[in-house]
Design a protein around this ligand. Structure first.
Ligand code: SF4
Ligand code: ZN
Length: 123
């Protein structure tokens, strides 16, 4: 199992970029931040999301969290992230079209294979 920040599968690295871009769009428009800065709350949310991605048991088979059968987020972070996605989703197409299209494609793939690849490997 990859440790945080080491040998992460490429899809998880791209997911990290996508979530960071989405949190930035949300924070800039709601909390008056700009460029690569974030307010404390959004920085905390992004750190939490990054940590979830580091530990995601679907690894290279992960699709989108929306269709995840586990939903590893705590309730509060999950609710805030839903707001972030709802707001930033449509705006991503203009600002980060490649990440946005990839995200939509991942959503079309639906839930990842079950059981998660990390559990299959550890049998
Ligand atoms: S919600 Fe599911 S897909 Fe998203 S990081 Fe957590 S376990 Fe992985
Ligand atoms: Zn913010």
């Amino acid at each position: 199992m990859p440790g945080p920040g080491t040998s992460l599968p490429p899809n998880i690295i791209t997911d990290k970029k996508t979530v960071a871009a989405m949190v930035r769009i949300y924070c800039h428009d709601h909390h008056g931040t700009f460029r690569r800065t974030l307010c404390e709350a959004c920085a905390g949310l992004l750190e939490y999301a990054d940590d979830r991605l580091d530990k995601c048991p679907f690894e290279e088979e992960k699709t989108t969290c929306r269709d995840c059968p586990i939903h590893c987020y705590r309730a509060a972070e999950r609710a805030t992230m839903k707001d972030v996605m709802r707001y930033a989703g449509p705006r991503m197409l203009l600002k980060h079209p490649l990440l946005a299209i990839r995200h939509l494609w991942m959503e079309r793939k639906g839930a990842p294979p079950w059981p998660p690849v990390r559990r299959r490997r550890s049998r």
